[in-house]
Write a protein that binds this ligand. Structure first.
Ligand code: A3P
Length: 293
């Protein structure tokens, strides 16, 4: 497969995007969600794959073992808006899913979510991760992923992150927009990467409650042990090693999986400047995201 060219960012209805996520726009906007669909929404690099795999195991882990051993996670949980030459679009993959419920991933900011998800009152799980670790993870991801813009050096990348000049726009607007949606949309479960790292068993319990899934203690434990960082890193169905647009020699997709890795990247002055800017941008006092455990 020829690698697609690296894209450039442009302003799309006020959000920085690339053509790989806007070329299929009308089809994505007209996507026909079903009432039992489950949407996993995140800003990139916030634990999307982790939560996708948790939900996949929760729903299908004990029923279809072939699914777990032969279908990569990005086919089981299609990425709705992706549209890259020579790969099937996420919307087409989602349309073709035959299992119920359909698990669908999106990085869209809340205002871009296709209206059928709201009309059908679908369950939505939003995962947020602290801005500093997200920025670090995004930097390494852009280095290794050919359908992302060139990241440049870390210091420039961090400036662009603070300005919201990232694919899927501003982290600050994304996490806040989805947080505020919770006020009016009750089928939204907002969770945090840091909580999942701290106690994955507790977060799996909360997901079961939200989804109304009566899993046995043994089934929950099987999910918990199956989704550890080491186990997902070794698992070719969850580590993205089968996707050619990513170069894992540059940086592996399953990179570190830690809370606080930002401390290995931010200089003291970058950190001070980031915190000052963060406090100006994050006005909602109820949204608090830990940067260390
Ligand atoms: P790092 O780059 O910090 O390691 P996404 O799936 O949204 O792209 O997020 C990817 C990030 O989640 C990467 O972070 C990846 O290592 C981390 N991740 C994936 N699975 C994980 C797991 N089981 N435990 C902890 N972190 C995980």
């Amino acid at each position: 497969m020829d690698l697609p060219p690296r894209p450039t960012l442009f302003d799309f209805h006020g959000v920085s995007m690339t053509k790989y996520f806007t070329d299929n726009w009308d089809n994505v906007q007209n996507f026909k969600a079903r009432p039992d669909d489950i949407l996993i929404a995140t800003y990139p690099k916030s634990g999307t794959t982790w939560v996708s795999y948790i939900l996949d195991l929760m729903h299908f882990g004990d029923k279809c073992s072939d699914r777990e051993t032969s279908i990569p996670i990005y086919l089981r949980v299609p990425f709705l808006e992706i549209c890259v030459p020579s790969l099937e679009s996420g919307k087409d993959l989602a349309d073709k899913l035959t299992t119920t419920p359909r698990l669908i991933k999106t990085h869209l900011p809340v205002q871009f979510v296709p209206k059928s998800f709201w009309e059908n009152n679908c369950r939505i799980i939003y995962v947020a991760r602290n801005a500093k670790d997200t920025a670090v993870s995004y930097f390494h991801f852009d280095r290794m992923n050919h359908v992302q813009p060139e990241p440049g050096d870390w210091s420039n990348f961090l400036q662009k992150f603070m300005q919201g000049k990232m694919v899927f726009g501003s982290w600050y607007d994304h996490v806040t927009g989805w947080w505020e949606k919770k006020e009016t949309y009750s089928k939204l479960h907002y969770m945090f990467y840091e909580d999942l790292t701290e106690d994955s068993g507790r977060e799996i319990d909360r997901l079961c409650t939200f989804l109304g899934l009566p899993l046995s203690a043994a089934a929950k434990e099987a999910v918990r042990t199956g989704v550890t960082f080491d186990s997902m890193k070794q698992n070719t169905m969850t580590n993205y090693s089968t996707i050619l647009i990513m170069n894992h020699n540059v940086s592996p997709f399953m990179r570190k999986g830690k809370v606080g890795d930002w401390k290995n990247h931010f200089t003291v002055s970058q950190n001070e400047c980031f915190d000052e800017d963060y406090n100006k941008k994050m006005k909602n006092p109820t949204l608090k995201i830990r940067t260390e455990l």
